[in-house]
Design a protein around this ligand. Structure first.
Ligand code: C2E
Ligand code: CA
Ligand code: CA
Length: 720
């Protein structure tokens, strides 16, 4: 819809642009017209009334006078007849008196203006003459009998007079009839005017309705249609040029409302499709983009897509220990880095938590891998948040269309599986392989089952021996968790430890491992097996646990184990989350007298100079370097320099992942202090280890370096 421009100037307003003023003006005009008509009619009626009242009064007077005149004439005739039958002076006088009276009555009658109109005066002139001559004719009649002896007959005088009086009555009657017909005309005039007026008002009302329809109802129904259309998402209706202020306001209000609704709708759509923290597309939008990309490729008939899912390692520690604002800051910075790295045509999405996805269009496997490694390198530089330098690493899973999947859902599931494998195998980047599929099932099952595993005794410990390379004899074990799942079978700690960390079960789990490990050490000690030290792995979360030191102290006391026997293994990255707090925990543990080892050394970012500040006793070189050092000169160099530098810092060095005799020999040459690996022994169940301790060549005639414990023999809590 187009909005018609509003040009309401004061002038236009003055020219009755508003419906209200138009209505008022029309009402005023109509009222004036009606009042004028009413006044005119009133004027007309009152004129007619006053005129007619006057003429009726005059006529009444006239008929009164005419009656009296007739009576007077009758009196004259009567007195004359008396005189004629009985002539005498008295009778003659009575005749004269009656005649005088008749003349007076006549004068009174003719004094009325009505008889002065030319028409009437002409008509009644003979009567006047007759009456004027009455005296003389009477005198003539009453004279002494004429010599001829004949008197004129009195009847002839009065016949004429009576006729003329009758004429007068007739004139009066005619005038009354005229009056009636005049009044009839006047009343029909008034009635006609009233009809005319009613017709006029009716016409005006009709005109008013048409105007109302044109200016109000029409625009209103158009706006309501536009509203209905709007509700159904149609926007092609053109609203009319507003003709009056009110409809113009209505159209403006509607247009404004539509604009705001559109804005709000767009904001909601954006919200529904984007992640609030980073403003990146969310999972829903990503799926949509993948779908579109797939459609596009199908139309083209060639080309491929890659979906890359990255999950951060070590982020949860940062979030949990330094707080969400810091974690959020890191994620925002990562989102920025990602956006700078990829092409505009590629989509970056945040799937939730510390999981990101990148959709690469028109790429092959090599290009996708290249991009994945560039993205992983984005994590090399620390994130500077609130004055702290934070490191996280990441694992990336890759899945390709059409090689691995044909639908968006399938593609993201496969990338997820690959990511999970990358995390588990610490490969950094993994391309999807159908053989990996069973991992996802496991992962889903674990979270709920892990809670029950400890109480149901589905968890147990295996123990992997370590030997002292200087003496060549057994020196201790590392406790490694095992989970025998009733349905899924054996589950690797690499798979379920992250789940325990995510669900918060890790605290309870670590306490359980500590309790079991110390119980076994105490038991073996009492059996005279000289078990040496026992290493227990800690998670990053455990270092943030303020109760850990107390619990360790309690358990050492509970099992009567000397603190030196307990070695707590921590990884470099577990220190990263909240270094100050982790350091405080380590110092308290160190004060207890337990040993601390840095595990998987070489895979993290910490430098040896950083380690110097930590109360650390041992350093375990990661098996990834040890396993290949006989073939790979680089690995050998790393192992060698790590040993040298660690010794310079006064640290003992343990090599893990010793799988061959050659490796063991090389480590001995390199002056490594201790070794652990499949070549010496795989991790063993407790009972098998007991046997190993008595039968292995590494244990012939060996004794605990610092003598046996002196606590009473403990009762083992379980039989594992
Ligand atoms: P880790 O601490 O590095 O443990 C050593 C891992 O290397 C063990 O794997 C062990 O079986 C394996 N290993 C030992 N010698 C060799 C060898 O010669 N060659 C090869 N290829 N591997 C060798 P496992 O038992 O699967 O444990 C994996 C990881 O799970 C451990 O790595 C540790 O990080 C974690 N984990 C195990 N038990 C616990 C626990 O009780 N608590 C915590 N927090 N983590 C644990
Ligand atoms: Ca370890
Ligand atoms: Ca290790």
């Amino acid at each position: 819809m187009k909005r018609t421009e509003n040009s309401a100037s004061p002038l236009r307003l003055a020219r009755l642009s508003s419906l209200r003023s138009r209505y008022l003006a029309a009402t005023l005009a109509l009222a004036t017209l009606l009042t004028a008509c009413a006044l005119m009619m009133q004027q007309y009626i009152s004129t007619v009334r006053s005129e007619r009242t006057l003429s009726i009064e005059i006529r009444q007077q006239a008929s009164q006078h005419s009656r009296r005149l007739r009576e007077a004439v009758l009196e004259v005739e009567h007195t004359l007849n008396i005189y004629l039958s009985m002539p005498g002076a008295a009778q003659r006088h009575a005749v004269h008196q009656a005649a005088d009276m008749a003349r007076t009555r006549h004068q009174q009658l003719f004094a009325l203006p009505w008889l002065h109109s030319p028409e009437q005066s002409e008509k009644f002139a003979p009567l006047a003459l007759e009456l004027q001559g009455l005296h003389s004719r009477l005198d003539h009649l009453m004279e002494e009998p004429p010599p001829s002896g004949t008197r004129p007959s009195p009847g002839s005088i009065f016949t004429t007079l009576r006729q003329q009086l009758q004429q007068l009555d007739q004139a009066l009657e005619d005038s009354a009839t005229d009056e009636v017909s005049f009044l009839q005309r006047a009343s029909s005039n008034v009635i006609g005017s009233i009809w005319l007026l009613s017709l006029g008002v009716l016409m005006l009302m009709l005109l008013g309705f048409f105007l109302f329809q044109h200016y109000v109802l029409g625009p209103i129904s158009l706006v309501s249609r536009a509203l209905r259309d709007e509700a159904h998402g149609k926007r092609d209706l053109v609203l009319p040029l507003p003709a009056t202020a009110e409809t113009q306001h209505l159209v403006e209000a509607f247009t404004e409302m539509r604009r705001q609704v559109t804005e709000r709708q767009q904001a909601l759509e954006h919200q529904a499709m984007h992640d609030a923290l980073t403003s990146l597309p969310n999972r829903i939008l990503l799926q949509d983009r993948v779908q579109q990309a797939i459609h596009h490729l199908r139309r083209l008939g060639h080309g491929g897509l890659a979906l890359l899912i990255m999950d951060l390692d070590g982020f949860k520690e940062i979030n949990d220990t330094l707080g969400h604002p810091i974690g959020d800051g890191l994620l925002q910075q990562l989102a920025d880095r990602l956006q700078r790295e990829v092409r505009d045509s590629d989509t970056i999405a945040r799937l939730g938590g510390d999981e990101f996805a990148v959709l690469l269009e028109q790429v092959d496997e090599a290009e996708a891998r290249h991009m994945a490694s560039r993205i992983l390198h984005l994590l090399d530089q620390p994130f500077e948040v609130a004055g702290q330098s934070l490191y996280v690493s990441g694992s990336i899973g890759l899945a390709l269309y059409p090689l691995h999947a044909h639908t968006p859902q399938e593609l993201s599931r496969r990338a997820d599986v690959a990511m999970y494998v990358a995390k588990r195998e610490k490969t950094g980047i993994t391309l999807y392989d159908p053989a990996q599929d069973h991992y996802t099932l496991q992962r889903l099952a674990q979270a709920s089952d892990l809670r029950n595993a400890i109480s149901n005794e589905h968890l147990l410990l295996h123990f992997q021996p370590q030997i002292d390379l200087h003496s060549g004899v057994f020196s201790g074990v590392e406790a490694l968790l095992r989970w025998q799942h009733p349905q899924l079978g054996y589950i690797s700690p690499d798979d379920f430890i992250p789940v325990a960390e995510q669900t918060g079960l890790i605290r309870h789990l670590t306490y359980w491992v500590l309790d079991q490990s110390l119980a076994h050490i105490a038991a073996w000690s009492h059996k005279g097996l000289a078990p040496g030290s026992i290493a227990v792995n800690l998670s990053a979360y455990n270092l943030q646990d303020a109760d850990l030191t107390l619990e360790v102290a309690r358990l050492l006391k509970k099992w009567g184990v000397q603190p030196w026997r307990l070695v707590l293994e921590i990884t470099e990255s577990s220190m990263m989350a909240n270094p100050a707090r982790a350091l405080a925990t380590l110092e308290r543990l160190n004060d207890l007298g337990v040993q601390i080892a840095i595990d998987d050394f070489g895979t993290g970012y910490s430098s040896l100079s950083y380690l110097k500040r930590l109360p650390v006793d041992k350093l375990k070189i990661d098996k990834s370097f040890v396993m290949h050092m006989n073939e790979d000169d680089n690995d050998a160099m790393i192992v060698r320099s790590t040993i040298d530098l660690a010794h310079n810092l006064g640290l003992e060095v343990v090599a893990e992942g010793v799988e061959s005799h050659e490796a063991l020999e090389l480590l001995r040459i390199l002056d490594c202090d201790a070794a652990q690996g499949y070549f010496i022994s795989r991790p063993l169940p407790a009972a098998v280890l007991e046997e190993w301790l008595t039968s292995s060549d590494y244990c012939q005639g060996h004794q605990d370096a610092r003598g046996p414990d002196d606590a009473p023999e403990p009762d083992l809590p379980t039989t594992h």
